[in-house]
Design a protein around this ligand. Structure first.
Ligand SMILES: O=C[C@H](O)[C@H](O)[C@H](O)COP(=O)(O)O
Length: 259
């Protein structure tokens, strides 16, 4: 599956096949560089993480990797991992992961992320926050100077009185007069409204996308404000979580490590 980005996509600059190839390169590199036998591994969600999952499956099959236990971050990823024969566990039995690998919708210079364009933000965050190393894999179109204007911030909310919860979010100091909250319709895995009914996440919740005109000044504070609203399950700001970001660009692959 793919989702529609509101910013110019990489494919506007290079051919779609090349973009796919670059996603594969970063997905494979993350597994080759960070996943060793015996590890508990978090498997991300999305078109880039797909290739990391594929690589784990491939290396288990060839015997290059052994004794891997993986924790998927969505139903889609669980199904992909199962189809590849990757042994799966959950946080209920394994609260500590050695590494988690996932894509992102935007990455700022401090390696803060926007995630959840594919609707998987809650499961991604609950898993990735438990990883010793969180490795992010993106193409260079995901890099930005400040989170917000390039990609809306997804917030997962419970369906009960969701219009009220959306108003409460819109009235927060970080949001009031700065963003437009829009209920995601259609498929949760696509942040473009492509249906009439609210999108439903793997957890049975709704998603509100916060559309900003200007870069968010303090994403960490904004995340705390949002998290404090009753009715909010989780938000797609992943601040201070990244260990390293592997970036595929037309000039090759580069790695940015957190300070
Ligand atoms: O909910 C989806 C996830 O946060 C994805 O990691 C994110 O949307 C990036 O996906 P993609 O690699 O397909 O651009």
């Amino acid at each position: 599956f793919t989702h529609i980005h509101s910013r110019p996509t990489f494919s506007t600059r290079i051919m779609a096949t090349s973009q796919e190839e670059l996603k594969k390169l970063v997905g494979y590199k993350a597994v080759d560089d960070y996943v060793k036998s015996g590890m508990v591994v978090g498997l991300g969600t999305g078109s880039t993480a797909y290739y990391a999952v594929e690589r784990v499956g491939e290396k288990l099959k060839s015997g290059e990797l052994k004794d891997i236990l993986a924790i998927p971050t969505s139903v889609r990823t669980k199904e992909q991992a199962e189809s590849l024969g990757i042994p799966l566990v959950t946080l209920d039995t394994h609260s500590k992961l050695d590494v988690a690998i996932d894509g992102a919708d935007e990455v700022d210079p401090e390696l803060n992320l926007t995630k959840g364009g594919g609707g998987a933000l809650f499961r991604e965050k609950i898993v990735e926050v438990c990883a010793d190393k969180f490795i992010v894999i993106v193409d260079e179109s995901k890099l930005c100077d400040g989170l917000g204007p390039g990609f809306p911030i997804p917030v997962e909310i419970v369906p009960f009185c969701h219009e009220h919860t959306m108003r409460m979010i819109g009235d927060l100091p970080s949001c009031k007069g700065k963003c437009k909250p829009v209920l995601r319709l259609g498929s949760a895995a696509n942040n473009k409204a492509d249906g009439d009914e609210p999108a439903v996440t793997d957890n049975g919740n709704y998603i509100v996308d916060l559309h900003f005109e200007e870069p968010i000044k303090d994403p960490m504070t904004m995340g705390k404000e949002i998290k404090n609203v009753v009715g909010v399950v989780e938000h797609g700001l992943f601040c201070g979580m990244s260990t390293a970001v592997i970036i595929a660009g037309s000039d090759g692959i580069s790695v940015k490590e957190a300070k």
